[in-house]
Write a protein that binds this ligand. Structure first.
Ligand SMILES: [Zn+2]
Length: 305
């Protein structure tokens, strides 16, 4: 049976205690990936978690999270062209990203889409260098070289990855066929509005979990515990990056999921070996298999159950 979910509100003091017990320490450079909803009812919401993190890492520490923004099909439609990204554009990445972005002491990178946000001693050094010309995930490469650690609060299903797989994909130059997409953005250097085209590869969320046994056997999982109601873990970013580079050099398809209908894995990469026909057949098989369940649900609805 899983751990009982507490119904008591989770306070700042409780979060500080849990983070310390997990192994977060003074001076940490942390990439934070979190499912706020999984922690429980946090008094004060995401700002309380930020306060707790800053208290534990202290003024010599730095917390970072991704605060990416949406892209739109290129060429931009008339409506999408009016959505000009600037440093205050809200992120789709969730409560922590948006709470951090609006803190007066936060620094947000000027990359038009894969924006990171940071608070702390290294915030400017890390993010001032992340510009429209940078690789989308370069902040995480620099963190891996600087003793950075990834703090994941939430299950591996809910909070995917440990922050470094996209760095490995970029360093290895893997190319993924994706529809053209981008945004208009305000260039603070020139004062102009420019169009930016997405120029990096993505990855299938389900496939990222393939690395977890390797992180464990390779000693990259530094500690595991709980924050509020949910599991949490700290991983060493240099170690996870080295493990990913090693695994992907040996087998570029290591990060593919097992779903035969997943077009992202079976078709999109230069080294993908699937076929469109096979993906469609498997999708059709899935649909047929789910038909009895859908029919039962329909019957219940009709019967007013
Ligand atoms: Zn996949």
């Amino acid at each position: 049976m899983g751990a009982q979910r507490e119904v008591e509100p989770i306070t700042l003091e409780r979060l500080i205690k849990d983070l310390r017990a997990l192994g977060v320490r003074k001076g940490d450079l942390l990439n934070v990936k979190v499912s706020m909803g999984s922690i429980g009812y946090v008094v004060g919401g995401a700002h309380t978690l930020i306060d707790a993190l800053l208290e534990v890492v202290g003024p010599e520490g730095t917390i970072v999270t991704d605060s990416f923004v949406l892209v739109y099909p290129l060429p931009l439609s008339e409506k999408d062209a009016l959505r000009v990204v600037d440093r205050h554009t809200p992120s789709y990445a969730g409560a922590l990203a948006n709470a951090m972005a609006y803190r007066p002491d936060a620094v947000r990178s000027s990359h038009p889409v894969q924006k990171f946000v940071a608070i702390g001693a290294l915030a400017h050094e890390l993010l001032d260098a992340h510009t429209p010309e940078s690789y989308a995930y370069d902040v995480l490469r620099v963190m891996a070289q600087s003793c950075g650690r990834n703090l994941k609060i939430g299950s591996d299903d809910k909070v995917v990855g440990v922050g470094t797989t996209h760095v490995a994909i970029g360093l290895l130059g893997f190319h993924q066929r994706r529809p053209r997409a981008g945004v208009n953005y305000y260039n603070y250097g020139t004062g102009e509005v420019r169009t930016f085209e997405r120029n990096w590869a993505g990855a299938c969320d389900k496939g990222l979990k393939n690395f977890i046994p390797l992180y464990r056997s390779g000693g990259a999982i530094v500690s595991e515990g709980r924050v509020g109601n949910v599991e949490a873990k700290i991983t060493d970013m240099k170690m996870t990056l080295d493990i990913e580079l090693d695994a992907l050099r040996k087998d570029p398809m290591f990060f593919m999921c097992a779903d035969p209908a997943c077009e992202g894995c079976r078709l999109a990469w230069d080294f993908s070996t699937g076929s469109r026909v096979s993906c469609r057949v498997h999708r059709w098989i899935c649909l047929v298999r789910s038909f009895p369940r859908l029919a039962r649900r329909g019957m219940k609805l009709l019967a007013g159950e």
